[in-house]
Write a protein that binds this ligand. Structure first.
Ligand code: ATP
Length: 347
């Protein structure tokens, strides 16, 4: 099947700085993609190349097979929602949304009808007559979204659109945006440096680092099977446990001495804190165990994390709840690792 958007070996340099390095990516219709990565990794540069505000130095960008690499932004079947979504303060909400179609030559009645439809899609059908200042921040953000979808683009680009909102509203808008996207069926590409936001919304996450794509996958792929140490550390809390060669085709896990069927090239294995348990008495057969000493107990409501020193490695063990443990720094414990949950990392 032909992808909606194809990015083929796109590179972009700024004054000697390589912001994008031969980026390849294909996106299908109706997908919700998060571009995730640390500040300066090239997320916005990639989005701006797709939007047409920047021209790549090399490579091609295609929409439904048509090369749009050199097309101006207004000739592309897509739209962009920015972090600052400046609505016209003196115009009603409905007129703000109808402004785009009006400028494109649509008649007044038709433009108003489309604006009403777009406002209904974002759940603001009752608010059309208000002025923007009579809306909450979250509602204003939804007007900006209505304005961006009123012309029914095939693709919507969103550059950290929720970052101006406070945390609670932001979490609520993440869920709402996801529902709106599902209802619209328009593909979204959403830039964020917030891994929880990416996991909560996207059906696929593109993890970027220093101008390159490190991994593309579902939130579960990225979390359970990170392709690199960078991805493991950027998304969630990893335990990275060193391994050493035991014999051909086998590696030994340093903390437990367990042997695992990994080929050479594997430098460490990753386990998430919730994959580790504390063992009382005889451990079940699928657990590799190591003795350790509790160094720190951090309880943050839903999760308590124990930092446990096992030789020269400190392992993080997560347990549900605040009162999950009577353990304290200095307690001697046995840590158990479920061997099937370990993920090898090649470097
Ligand atoms: P953030 O999360 O901070 O927005 P980002 O991942 O979106 O970061 P970009 O804005 O794409 O990063 O920038 C990538 C790199 O290119 C950065 O090192 C940045 O300083 C550089 N860069 C971006 N735009 C320009 C420009 N117009 N001129 C020079 N350098 C630029």
């Amino acid at each position: 099947m032909q992808p909606l958007l194809s990015i083929e070996s796109v590179s972009k340099r700024f004054a000697g700085h390589q912001a994008l390095h031969e980026v390849d990516l294909a996106i299908g219709g109706g997908e919700f993609i998060a571009l995730l990565g640390p500040s300066g990794c090239g997320k916005t540069t990639l989005l701006r190349c797709i939007a047409g505000f920047l021209k790549p130095d090399d490579g091609r960008i295609l929409i439904e097979g048509a090369d749009i690499t050199g097309a101006p932004p207004y000739r592309r079947p897509l739209n962009t929602v920015f972090q600052s979504y400046a609505l016209f303060p003196h115009m009603s909400v409905a007129d703000n949304v109808a402004y785009g179609p009006r400028r494109a030559g649509t008649g007044r009645t038709e433009a108003q009808a489309r604006a009403r439809e777009a406002l209904a899609l974002v759940g603001l059908e009752e608010m059309g007559e208000r002025l923007p200042r009579a809306l909450s921040g979250g509602q204003q953000q939804r007007v900006a979204l209505a304005r961006a979808i009123v012309n029914r683009p095939k693709l919507l680009l969103l550059d950290e659109p929720l970052s101006a909102l406070d945390l609670k509203l932001r979490r609520r808008m993440q869920i709402e945006l996801k529902h709106i996207q599902e209802k619209l069926g328009i593909a979204f590409i959403f830039v964020t440096h917030d891994q929880e936001e990416a996991m909560a919304m996207a059906n696929r996450i593109v993890v970027m680092n220093a101008g390159r794509i490190e991994q593309v996958g579902t939130p579960a792929d990225i979390y359970r099977a990170p392709a690199s140490r960078f991805v493991a550390e950027f998304v969630g809390e990893p335990n990275l446990i060193p391994v050493e060669p035991a014999r051909p085709g086998r590696m030994r896990l340093k903390v437990t001495g367990a042997e695992l069927p990994y080929a050479e090239g594997v430098r460490c294995v990753m386990a998430r804190p919730e994959d580790l348990v504390l063992v009382d008495g005889t451990p079940p057969a699928d657990l590799a165990t190591a003795p350790g000493i509790v160094e720190e107990v951090v309880a943050v409501g839903p999760v308590t994390t124990l930092f446990i020193r096992c030789g020269d490695v400190v392992l993080k063990v997560a347990r549900l709840g605040m009162s999950a443990t009577a353990l304290h720094p200095g307690s001697a414990v046995t840590v158990g690792l479920r061997v099937s949950a370990l993920h090898p990392i090649v470097e």
